[in-house]
Design a protein around this ligand. Structure first.
Ligand code: ZN
Length: 500
């Protein structure tokens, strides 16, 4: 084999040969060499690239010269004097998909779920412990140091604490009647990113995190691990109000019993100390990717929401004896509001959505004009002004609609969560990495809440979605493809390479 010029570096991966900023050709699965000059951009003269390809492919000298013609399907364009070479690691996607599939199927086995009909896995149960142990074994096998924060969020890193790392992960607990993919596939894909990094010798500094109790199946509190980490809980809540669904005992008590130190919960925030950035992969939980034929969604923002109730007060009357003009039926303005909410959300645009999920008429008897109508409001979006505007307008509309019929309506907020914009730099890096795969992808908001919401104001963060069949999640019928997850792993890996 020929010797290579001093100062060159080897990369495994896909090579895009760009001329004048335009990608001209692509060759896959090659080892090429390039120099890293002072400006930090990977750059090589065309002849160096060609020589490197010859070495990598074992071709005789000059064979890769495009003037002489190269091996079919491998070589490319013009031998420009200064070809920019953006180097992107390609992975053996089929191999990655196989490993992801194996992890997912293993974690769907009887040792990892409390139910034989669904995945049921939550904090401090035997099956949750087994799941953390599985990830610990897999991560230690590739040289990661694994620990758990004071309440049980799993952290694994390939650099000592104090050194900067890039974060990847999700959660591995499930809804009580959950499927194999929600959360778990995100952790498994993060594990695959770590494996590929080791396998390809990329030397990226990584930290995997699997958050505790995202689904709230143990204590009825969603995003609990990440809220604890972000200090978005009060100690009294952990001690007194967050109670186990199974036995009513406190989170605090359960955490202690499982061997953790809940009194040190505030230290959980140090998991974020050395993080340069964070990418969470998750199944989409809607059907946008499937229906648009995209394999990857790059999330630009996580929707915030207003949750509340509107109550219309009327008067109970006999449904037969009371003529229409003598009634104060609160169900009527309530019905008008349901339609008006649809109109307002559509008009607001920017991904704003509004839903009335609960309607209650009291006393709720077939032959009685109701005295009161209550309906819930769930208004979400990534544009704060837009979704809060819709919530405000529907409240005013309800008052007016009730007033016109001689009744009163009042809006009461249950909870307001602001939208979480994700980091533009990481989103761009993911976009570039996705573009280089030639697979269909799109930028999109996340309508559902995720752990990433809780840490995004402290660490530059982004998310990647993969399709799930018919948008089904939180169900044993959940289905997602390990091929898509492998593609996501490759994109995340390459994005982190360009950011590190
Ligand atoms: Zn989830």
């Amino acid at each position: 084999m020929r010797q290579l010029a001093a100062g060159t570096r080897a990369f495994a991966g896909l090579v895009s040969i760009a001329g004048g900023g335009k990608v001209m050709e692509t060759a896959h699965q090659l080892v090429v060499l390039t120099r890293k000059p002072e400006d930090g951009r990977e750059r090589a003269r065309g002849c160096e690239v060609l020589a490197a390809l010859e070495v990598a492919l074992g071709l005789p000298e000059g064979r890769a010269n495009p003037c002489l013609g190269g091996r079919p399907g491998v070589l490319f364009g013009h031998n420009r004097p200064d070809i920019r070479v953006p180097l992107v690691a390609t992975v053996d996607r089929a191999g990655s998909a196989e490993r992801i599939e194996r992890d997912i199927e293993t974690l769907a086995g009887p040792d990892y779920t409390l139910s034989s009909e669904a995945i049921r896995r939550y904090a401090y149960t035997r099956v949750y412990r087994n799941t953390l142990d599985y990830f610990t074994r897999e991560l230690e096998a590739i040289g990661f140091e694994v620990y758990e924060d004071p309440v049980g969020t799993l952290v694994a890193r390939n650099r000592p604490r104090g050194e900067n790392v890039f974060g990847v992960g999700s959660h591995c607990d499930s809804n009580r009647n959950g499927g194999k993919y929600d959360g778990t596939m995100g952790v498994v894909t993060a594990l695959e990113v770590c494996r590929l990094n080791e396998e390809l010798g990329l030397g990226l500094a990584l930290q995997l995190v699997s958050f505790l109790e995202e689904e709230g199946s143990g204590f009825g509190q969603m995003l609990l691990g990440s809220r604890i980490m972000a200090q978005r809980v009060a100690e009294e809540e952990l001690k007194q109000s967050f109670l186990a669904i199974d036995d009513g005992r406190s989170f605090w008590e359960h955490a202690k019993e499982a061997g953790y130190e809940p009194e040190r919960w505030r230290e959980s925030i140090h998991v974020l100390d050395d993080l340069d950035g964070w990418i969470e992969m998750h199944i989409e939980q809607a059907r946008v990717l499937q229906d648009t034929g995209n394999r990857i969604g790059i999330v630009t923002a996580i929707a915030g929401y207003v949750h509340g109730d509107i109550t219309v007060h009327g008067r109970a009357d006999h449904a037969g004896a009371t003529p229409m003009e003598f009634r104060l039926d609160p169900g009527l303005p309530a019905a008008e509001c349901v339609l008006e909410l649809e109109r307002l959300a559509r008009a607001a645009g920017k991904g704003t959505v509004g839903t009335v999920g609960e309607i209650e008429l009291r006393p709720g008897i077939i032959n009685v004009v109701p005295a009161e109508a209550r309906f819930s409001l769930d208004v979400r979006g990534v544009d704060e002004e837009a979704f809060r505007g819709v919530a405000g307008e529907i409240a005013s509309f309800a008052e007016e609609a009730a007033r016109k019929r001689g009744m009163k309506a009042a809006f009461k907020e249950r909870q307001m969560l602001p939208a979480t914009p994700l980091d533009g730099r990481i989103v761009s890096a993911l976009e570039a990495a996705a573009s280089s795969t030639d697979e269909p992808f799109m930028l999109m908001p996340s309508g559902a809440a995720h752990d990433t919401m809780c840490i995004a104001d402290q660490v530059p963060s982004a998310m990647v979605f993969v399709p799930c069949k018919d948008g089904i999640s939180h169900s044993p019928l959940e289905e997602a493809s390990s091929d898509d997850a492998a593609l996501a792993a490759e994109i995340i890996l390459n994005a982190i390479r360009t950011l590190s």
